[in-house]
Write a new protein. Structure first.
Length: 78
């Protein structure tokens, strides 16, 4: 699984990365996590507000910080 956190480095974006890594650890899901900070790259996903969570190329959340439980549900669903 490939996970991308989209955000320029604000506190919420960094917190999402932290929550995703924790959720991966708690669920046992194996994934590569990459934090994309380049605004041009972020815009290629059609995301206008960050933070955003992208899994395997599909935007799963944008413009808000999902809870740890929401992230776990997203990871298990794929």
């Amino acid at each position: 699984m490939k996970i991308e956190i989209l955000g320029t480095g604000c506190a919420k974006c960094d917190k999402m990365e932290e929550l995703v890594k924790l959720a991966l650890e708690e669920t046992g899901v194996n994934a590569d996590v990459n934090h994309i900070r380049d605004i041009k790259k972020i815009m290629t996903y059609g995301v206008m507000t960050t933070p955003a969570l992208v899994i395997n190329g599909k935007v799963k959340a944008a413009g808000k910080l999902p809870s740890s439980e929401e992230i776990k549900k997203i990871l298990v669903k794929k």
